[in-house]
Design a protein around this ligand. Structure first.
Ligand code: NAD
Ligand code: UGA
Length: 423
């Protein structure tokens, strides 16, 4: 078993750190956010992720994990240091890797030749190779590899324990082999490659998935226009093994902390390399259009204008089973409605935002509402009886941007159901 440090106690650092601790490794996790470290030391998980609180409790009681505000304290004599800090959109589409660079500048001079520095954060192709060259030029002996992360929020522990693959990129064969050995507890194929290809695999995976979803959203819109049903169509195409049935649910466009930033970043990477990635640009445009089309449905349901109209928004997180609202399509939808004069009252079982009035009960959001917009696929919404929805709201239109409600039951309750691509 190894001694490992994880820098950044966010979704990736905390999940992978506690995950490695649960496999028997000795783990130290650091973060510059002192409040976050205090909460973790008190046994509290700073965000909602199913199973993580139990894992924190177990690994702490086994003495396998400790937390610190100091990155230098964390890296001491460990075998490998995993950099898991955030790499957000800089605002112009390019990835802001300054947090990774700060950590590298801080810890690399303190590491010796036996320690491996692992870049787990998503960084543009070429970043790790450049880092390797810069550290070599400065005479620092540390080996650097890229091990991108593919977990999903909401099912992060399952994804950590049963990954589809492990990707290890680097040009130091000994470091790559040692990293592969540290991942021996996983029953997954290991792809060893150059650092740049590893980075490309991460961006390509997210960009492909975003493209697939956007294609499905387009199909749903077309289904509506020709009278087909997207649920049947996706079942039919998904049975083709080359296509597969997962990740085919239409929705209000993709959100979260990664698809939006990684798709635009890849377009920028392509631009910088002299390649016009027109397909991916079209995907990004179509994704924005998906929400504008949904707003049109809400506007029609409100009688042609949203000025002064109350809209109930069910869901503010970017998907179900997380409290993460970063780049949430639900919030983006709400903003578009507010921009047209609507009064948005929102509910979410785990997430929150100060952009709209939030209520604790989904039925309370319906009071005086002309339209109900379901924006996040929380299971609890499917369980609310249609007659209760009809009784609580003022208007009669339900726009279901996640296809979670039962159209027949909604219709039988005297409401007008408008889903995505449903006949
Ligand atoms: P996050 O924002 O949840 O967490 C990042 C953490 O790093 C924060 O707690 C922050 O305080 C800390 N941090 C920032 N600078 C630091 C520093 N100098 N020293 C110590 N700690 C520092 O981010 P995340 O969602 O975990 O994502 C991290 C990286 O992993 C990103 O590159 C992201 O693209 C990638 N990724 C994220 C996911 C996901 O599902 N969220 C999945 C795969 C890959
Ligand atoms: C995504 C990837 O799935 C992970 O593999 C990757 O590690 C991660 O990004 C990352 O790099 O951060 P995540 O953002 O947690 O994970 O969420 P997903 O489950 O992929 O959903 C992304 C968006 O697509 C959400 O808004 C979701 O509602 C939407 N979606 C997903 C659909 O609209 N339909 C689907 O069938 C699936």
């Amino acid at each position: 078993m190894s001694s490992l440090a994880f820098i950044g106690a966010g979704y990736v650092g905390l999940v992978t750190g506690l995950g490695f601790a649960s496999l028997g490794h000795d783990v130290t996790i650091s973060d510059i956010d002192g409040d976050r470290i205090d909460r973790l030391e008190a046994g509290e998980v700073p965000f909602y992720e199913p199973g993580l609180a139990e894992l924190l409790q177990r690994t702490r009681s086994e003495g396998r994990v400790r937390f610190t505000r100091s990155n230098l304290d964390a890296v001491g004599s460990v075998d490998a240091v995993f950099i898991c800090v955030n790499t957000p959109d800089r605002g112009d589409g390019t990835a802001d890797i300054s947090a990774v660079e700060r950590v590298l500048a801080e810890v690399a001079p303190r590491l010796d030749g036996d320690q491996i520095l692992v870049i787990k954060s998503t960084v543009p192709p070429g970043t790790t190779q450049r880092t390797i060259q810069e550290l070599a030029q400065r005479g620092l002996p540390v080996a650097v590899v890229g091990v991108p992360e593919f977990l999903r929020e909401g099912r992060a522990l399952g994804d950590f324990l049963a990954p589809d693959r492990i990707v290890i990129g680097g040009d130091d064969p000994e470091a790559v082999t040692r990293m592969a050995t540290m991942h021996e507890g996983f029953d997954a194929p290991v792809v060893t490659t150059s650092a740049t290809s590893a980075e490309m695999i991460k961006y390509a995976s997210n960009a492909y998935l975003a493209t697939r979803l956007t294609f499905v959203n387009g199909l749903a819109n077309l289904c509506e226009a020709v009278g087909a049903d997207i649920v049947d169509v996706t079942r039919g195409i998904g049975l083709d093994e080359r296509i597969g049935s997962r990740f085919l649910r239409p929705g209000p466009g993709y959100g979260g902390s990664c698809f939006p930033k990684d798709t635009v970043a890849l377009v920028r990477v392509a631009d910088d390399a002299g390649y016009d990635f027109a397909l991916l640009r079209a995907v990004i445009d179509a994704d924005h259009e998906q929400r504008r089309a949904l707003v049109s449905k809400v506007r029609e349901g409100a009688g042609g204008t949203l000025e002064g109209v109350r809209v109930a928004l069910w869901g503010v997180t970017f998907k179900a089973n997380t409290d993460d609202t970063r780049n949430s399509p639900a919030i983006r939808l709400g903003r578009l409605l507010v921009a047209e004069g609507a009064d948005v009252v929102a509910h979410d079982p785990h997430g929150s935002t100060d952009e709209f009035t939030m209520v604790d009960d989904p039925l309370d959001a319906l009071e005086d509402a002309q339209v109900l917009l379901v924006a996040t696929e929380w299971g609890m919404y499917a369980g609310i009886p249609a007659p209760e929805i009809a009784k609580a709201m003022k208007g009669d239109t339900v726009v279901d941007a996640r296809n979670v409600l039962d159209p027949t039951a909604i219709g039988a309750a005297g409401l007008v159901y408008r889903g995505l691509g449903r006949a």
